[in-house]
Every structure is written in C-alpha cells, then in structure tokens.
Design a protein around this ligand. Structure first.
Ligand SMILES: [Zn+2]
Length: 201
C-alpha cells in the first residue's frame, strides 16, 4: 500500500512558484531526482536546526509529477501536527533550497494522513536531539495508518524522562508545554539542568 496515493483526497497543495525563469532550471526527471533528494535532505527543521526535515520524518517523498506533458517535482511533507506554526516556514525553506540548487518547477503537497508520529523520527535524529539538550520521545506510538488517531500531546507528561545531559531518570515535569506545544519542560534533580522533552504522539 502506498500511504500517500491511498490518502490522496486528504492532501492540500501549497502553490509555490520558483522566483527564477524556468529556462535556467534543472527540470524534474528521474535523472534529477537524486539531486532533489540531496537538496531537500539538507533542509533543517526551523525549530530544531540540528535535525533535518528528512530525519524528523516531515519530508515524506520527492517524485516527478507529469501533468499535460509538463514535469514538476512533487515534494510531499506531513506536518508534525495539524496547525504546527513551523509548517509555513518549512515550505519557504524548501522553496529556497530548491531555488538555490536550480531545481524546478516544484510544488509541495501536504499529506495529513497518515498522521505524523514521533515514531518517524530516525534513530540518528533522536541522538542529535539528546546531544542538543532535548530528551527524545520514548516508546512507540504508531497505530494502523488508516485508523483515526487523536493527538494526545496535550495529556499530562510524567516524571522520570531520562535527562539528556546526565542520563538520570530523577527528573520532574515543570510545565506540560516547553518552547513549543509539542515539547514539555522538565528539570533534572541530579544535575539540576532544565530541559525540553519531545512528547511522543
Ligand atoms: Zn541531569
């Protein structure tokens, strides 16, 4: 099953046009897809710049879309949650990266189902989050891709999330919301450092 085409009716497209003349661009083709992937894999998350949108699982696919004989890159992204304020910034950063690489035209398709889950954060990105001082999400939360799912990060986080600085589990919740809605704020009783916890959902 392809989760993207199967949920094609739950997508929305952000109309973005490259601000340079089409004749100087590298057009979308199977041959230029690897360059498009490399270009987009390097786009950092605007809120946590040590990890890329690919590592966070926001960038889902890059493919060639042909319509009426014209080819474009279709860039598929899934927001970390509906209404995430960073998504517009991510779309702008994607457009800027494509323009710098001379790739185009493109359009961005936002796929809302299956819903993003912290399970999609790569192991490398979890380690980068921890070194950055953010406790990565714990546990697995994926459910069947087609099942309706309620995002539960408004629930109350629990004490005992491992401290990203010293590894101690002697930690306590300070606030259910950290620097962004998807994080909770903690304090470590062992090393006394505060930290954010990326809440699993
Ligand atoms: Zn600590």
């Amino acid at each position: 099953m392809n989760p993207f085409t199967d949920f094609a009716d739950k997508t929305m497209t952000l109309p973005l046009t490259p601000p340079v003349a089409p004749d100087v661009l590298t057009p979308a083709s199977e041959a230029s897809l690897p360059l498009a992937w490399r270009t987009l894999e390097s786009v950092p998350d605007p809120e946590i710049p040590v990890v890329s949108i690919r590592e966070l699982g926001i960038l889902r696919d890059v493919r060639v879309l042909t319509r009426d004989g014209a080819a474009a890159f279709e860039i598929v992204i899934t927001p970390t949650y509906s209404g995430c304020p960073a998504m517009q910034q991510i779309a702008q950063d994607i457009g800027a990266a494509m323009t710098r690489a001379g790739l185009g035209p493109w359009h961005i398709t936002t796929v809302l189902a299956p819903a993003w889950t912290t399970d999609w954060i790569s192991p490398e990105a979890r380690e980068k989050l921890r070194r950055y001082g953010i406790a990565p999400p714990t546990g697995a939360h994926a459910v069947a891709a087609d099942a309706p799912r309620k995002i539960t990060f408004y629930g109350c986080p629990k004490d005992g999330v491992p401290c990203p600085h010293c590894g101690s589990t002697e930690t306590e919740v300070v606030s259910a919301f950290g620097s962004t809605a998807c994080k909770a704020h903690y304090r470590c009783r062992t090393c006394r450092e505060p930290f954010d916890y990326f809440k699993p959902y």
